[in-house]
Ligand binder design. Structure first.
Ligand SMILES: Nc1nc2c(c(=O)[nH]1)N[C@H]1C(S)=C(S)[C@@H](COP(=O)(O)O)O[C@H]1N2
Ligand SMILES: [Mo]
Length: 246
């Protein structure tokens, strides 16, 4: 691996860097394919971005449907579920039910903010599914909460729009395609293992998407918006595939 790859946080970040490189082409192959000099940072960056965009398009054509992720049994649920974020668990945003409001913006008719109590009053869906992190671990967990699709319909979101975006209390952000937002297993998880979602796992809720990799499951969500303009995401803007799932 050459020095610039190791040093360029825009392209690849932290521990996840090696996995990312393993999943793409070697630098030698990249140089052959593109004819661009790997010492030319901007050039390589542009090529990786283009490949990533191509992957996103190909994958959404192949998979962008309503295929269900596998579900598991109660006894498969892991007790000490692993924590992950780009900072240690102790630094998790501590949101309080008294002050928290979920903001809505973009192509949504009713942009009224939602309290935790209001989110808890919505009908819930529970699922026992596998969370797969790109860093090389996976665990089966149980999450419950309103379906994101039901919520979007309720607030009058434009369901013909391309993207649903999320902003989180820790500065993390992300986005998904509308078919994934409307997928029956995509939920606003307010519970984990039948208890109120703990702070470290995203209280008051995380977007749980079992058809996507872990990094596409934003925690501590404070804003949901609907848009036709590509919103990117925290890791996607550092080189990961935006689609990253099925
Ligand atoms: N707001 C926020 N959401 C996030 C992250 C983050 O750093 N910030 N990390 C993602 C990654 S990479 C993973 S694997 C999962 C971990 O979720 P868990 O702590 O519930 O296991 O959260 C995802 N959602
Ligand atoms: Mo992850």
């Amino acid at each position: 691996m050459t020095g610039f790859m190791r040093d360029d946080p825009r392209l690849v970040g932290g521990v996840e860097r090696r996995v990312f490189l393993r999943q793409t082409l070697s630098l030698g192959a990249l140089t052959l394919l593109t004819g661009c000099d790997i010492s030319d940072q901007g050039g390589v960056q542009r090529v990786l971005r283009a490949m990533s965009a191509w992957n996103d398009r190909a994958q959404s054509l192949l998979f962008g449907g309503q295929r269900l992720a596998p579900t598991y049994r109660e006894q498969d649920v892991v007790r000490d579920f692993r924590y992950n974020a780009f900072f240690p668990a102790a630094a998790s945003p501590k949101l309080s039910a008294a002050e928290y409001r979920l903001e809505l913006s973009g192509l949504i008719a009713d942009k009224r903010a939602w309290s935790v109590a209001e989110l808890h009053a919505l009908p819930r869906e529970t699922q026992i599914t596998r969370h797969v992190c790109v860093e090389g671990w996976s665990m089966i967990g149980k999450w419950g909460g309103p379906r994101l699709g039901d919520f979007l319909r309720r607030v009058g979101a434009d369901l013909s729009a391309k993207y649903v975006g999320f902003e989180c209390a820790d500065g993390y952000y992300g986005s998904i395609d509308m078919p994934t937002a409307l997928h029956p297993q995509t939920v606003m998880a307010v519970t984990f293992a039948d208890q109120t979602l703990p702070t470290a796992y995203g209280y008051p809720f995380k977007i749980r998407i079992p058809t996507k990799l872990g990094f596409k499951n934003p925690k501590w969500v404070r804003l949901i918006y609907v848009t036709n303009r590509y919103p990117g995401g925290f890791w996607e803007d550092r080189g990961y595939n935006w689609f990253s799932g099925s």
